[in-house]
Design a protein around this ligand. Sequence first.
Ligand code: FAD
Ligand code: UDP
Length: 381
Amino acid sequence: MTDSFSTNRKKQGFDYLIVGAGFAGSVLAERLASVGKRVVIVERRPHIGGNAYDRYDEAGILIHPYGPHIFHTNSRQVFDYLSQFTAWRPYEHRVLANVDGQKLPIPINLDTVNRLYGLSLTAAQVEDYFASVAEPVEQVRTSEDVIVNRVGRDLYNKFFRGYTRKQWGLDPSELDSSVTARVPTRTSRDDRYFTDTYQAMPRHGYTRMFESMLAHPNISVMLNTDYRDVIDLLPHDHLIYTGPIDTFFDFRYGRLPYRSLNFEHVTLPQEQFQPVGTVNHPNDSTFTRVSEFKHITGQTHAQTSLVYEYPTAEGDPYYPVPRPENAELYRKYAADADAMQGVTFVGRLATYKYYNMDQVVAQALMTFKQLEPELAGVRTE
Ligand code: FAD
Ligand code: UDP
């Protein structure tokens, strides 16, 4: 990569400087390189892949250093696009929540209710049960509304209130409905976390997939580098920025809150620790969830590696925080971003959207389409 960097640079600068080697930056680099553009990606971290980066730990177990990443999408276009760079291993994620001393399926389903309350309801009866305990809300606005309106206060308190307060440092009543609405309620016995059409893990991991995306002679990658330290040294026509948008503008309107996590990685001398990929702990610990990687990757190994997630306000920005005042502050930054010539903002941090990986890929592919008129133009040196 260093070699292609020197050769590329000697020629005549770059067409595109891309900040960040996560999904947003890497998809755009690949697309732009494929139509003959010369691209340099500048990444602050010592690796590609952004938060989806994976690696083998000391025990030889494939782990996700930034928390468990499970790929799922309903978009054929996104799945087909990524399939150029990886084979897949089918995987359907299952999650249990540690509630009242039991490990119960989440999303809440028929079995969750029956086991929690010692009932034997049918699917039709559980729908009536939800209706009988629901607290109807006239206008569903918050993350509290969306749950109590559907399943009532007790299930809300047991599964959502404590988890959300830990994860976000806010009460669900202070967060947009979209946050807890990510988790559906079911009357069936379906215990999959996602129901998307395509659910699979990159067969050899995310990092290998990113390596394959970026293995193009038109793409140079600089790791361990903040773009601000090199931007003047790298002549380029267009900047694509995938970092936090408020940082780009030196916080001119104030800080946009991004929620962070501390990850505690543990390896145990036993084959399996828990029955499924993730166990949530809504009320009983300071961590929110524990994930066991071998369930997710399908690896066989005599030992097992886990990650515990401890939410925090300080640290690397991982989650935009969906609530009205933050959307309003983001709009100010977005207006300045729109007014800039030759700079494009894309990705979860730069557009302040609580996007999954597939949504970021879709956004990057759409951004590439929007760049097409510019790509058709002739570059002047
Ligand atoms: P990022 O991956 O954050 O990439 C941005 C990159 O820009 C970073 O590598 C950063 O170092 C770099 N950068 C920032 N500033 C600078 C600078 N000044 N100079 C140079 N480089 C810079 N999605 C799913 O679909 N399924 C999941 O199961 C899932 N689980 C998740 C679990 C956790 C704990 C988290 C935090 C996220 C999860 N996601 C999941 C979301 C997924 O991580 C994101 O959708 C995706 O990685 C976003 O890609 P991105 O390129 O927009 O941003
Ligand atoms: N959530 C909850 N209890 C759970 C699972 C999720 O309260 O057992 C809420 C919580 O606010 C969480 C949100 O739903 O942040 C979205 O959950 P998801 O699993 O999609 O979070 P992510 O994987 O993005 O961290």
